[in-house]
Design a protein around this ligand. Structure first.
Ligand code: AMP
Ligand code: TRP
Length: 334
């Protein structure tokens, strides 16, 4: 078995945004050279909230296009959609039987996404972190690069792996390590510095989409909430101003430099100068990716071929892991 294997995924639920790019996809592009990488489009996870079937299929192809457009090499890495490989759902059952409700009750994302009346929340939404653990463990992945919002789910995946290993008294699953890095591990909404940039935000101005054109990017950055003061010259002072902090973090991530280096460029300057520079940089980086996504989306047949090929390679790794887990668990396969 390879020592270092990465697994990560994104839900095909609507607009991919700058947070997905800076918090996840862009880091993956770098990591593909140093690890064996498996990148999934987690369509079963998307079903935890209601989806329009046509839109779900479209989004599945769009996330695939984003991976490819960002520079993930589908020959070198494995790119596939989750529902094509049954090991995920099957292993989730085995793991769910070892997961105490108390662990799931702690998950903050469930509390955010579930309706106020909990009796109306779907079982899938509640069990979602178990499926995520199965995604990772079915490949015995050692590293999982994600944005900060997934940290708690990853800790749970480690706990679940440990529970399986203890229950059956063997070191079967490695405990996966989260990889959360870069200055943009949590990109915030452009309208509210206390809220995460998210696919589901109803305000168009809250989020820069990966497919936005230059005009849309520039307009959203111009409209981004700020305060009247010029940019400060210390990180400590910046941290007290969430909106400013977020924009400088975005600049740093796009430029591939530290938050400190980015702040040094703009300390003492007013926001209009800074926003112009930020727009220019965002258009330069995202413009290319968005254009390539649109080009790829014009040929869905090609995308489907990539996914089919990826699913075969993914199944070749995870189905044997599932079979071994079934064997350990005592399920008879006559
Ligand atoms: P999701 O959009 O929930 O499917 O998330 C896909 C990936 O993008 C995960 O690794 C998330 O942690 C990451 N991500 C989502 N939103 C943000 C954000 N606002 N800032 C940074 N990373 C994010
Ligand atoms: N839960 C992740 C999110 O919403 C997506 C995801 C599903 C994932 N399975 C995964 C991420 C496995 C990393 C590894 O962002």
């Amino acid at each position: 078995m390879t020592k270092n294997r990465i697994f990560s995924g994104i839900q095909p639920t609507g607009n991919l945004h700058l947070g997905n790019y800076l918090g996840a996809i862009r880091n993956w592009v770098q990591l593909q050279h140093d690890y064996e990488c498996i990148f999934c489009i987690v369509d079963l996870h998307a079903l935890t909230l209601p989806q329009d079937p046509l839109q779900l299929r479209h989004s599945t192809r769009e996330v695939t296009a984003a991976y490819l457009a960002a520079g993930i090499d589908a020959e070198h890495c494995i790119i596939f959609n989750q529902s094509m490989v049954s090991a995920h759902a099957e292993l989730a059952w085995l793991l769910g039987c070892l997961t105490p409700l108390g662990w799931l009750n702690r998950m903050t994302q469930f509390k955010e996404k579930a309706p106020k009346d909990r009796s109306n929340a779907g079982l899938g939404l509640y069990a979602y972190p178990v499926l995520m653990a199965a995604d990772i463990l079915a490949y015995k992945a050692t590293h999982v690069p994600v944005g900060e919002d997934q940290k708690q789910h990853l800790e749970l995946a480690r706990d679940i792996a440990g529970a399986f290993n203890r229950r059956y008294e063997q070191d079967f699953f490695p405990l996966p390590e989260p990889q959360i890095f870069g200055p943009a591990t949590r990109v915030m909404s452009l309208r509210d510095g206390m809220k995460k940039m998210s696919k589901s935000d109803t305000s168009d101005y809250s989020r820069i989409n990966m497919t936005d054109d230059a005009d849309a990017i520039a307009l959203k950055i111009r409209r981004a909430k700020t305060d009247p003061e010029p940019l400060p010259d210390t990180l400590a002072a910046l941290e007290e101003r969430p909106e400013a902090d977020n924009l400088v973090g975005i600049y740093a991530a796009l430029a591939g430099e530290s938050q400190e280096a980015a702040l040094r460029r703009f300390a003492g300057q007013n926001f209009s100068t800074f926003k112009d520079a930020l727009s220019e940089l965002a258009v330069e980086v995202l413009g290319k990716v968005g254009g390539e996504m649109r080009r790829l989306m014009a040929d869905p047949g090609h995308i489907d071929t990539v996914l089919r090929h990826g699913a075969e390679r993914a199944a070749a790794i995870s189905m044997p892991v599932l079979r071994a887990a079934q064997e350990i668990t005592g399920l008879l396969r006559p």
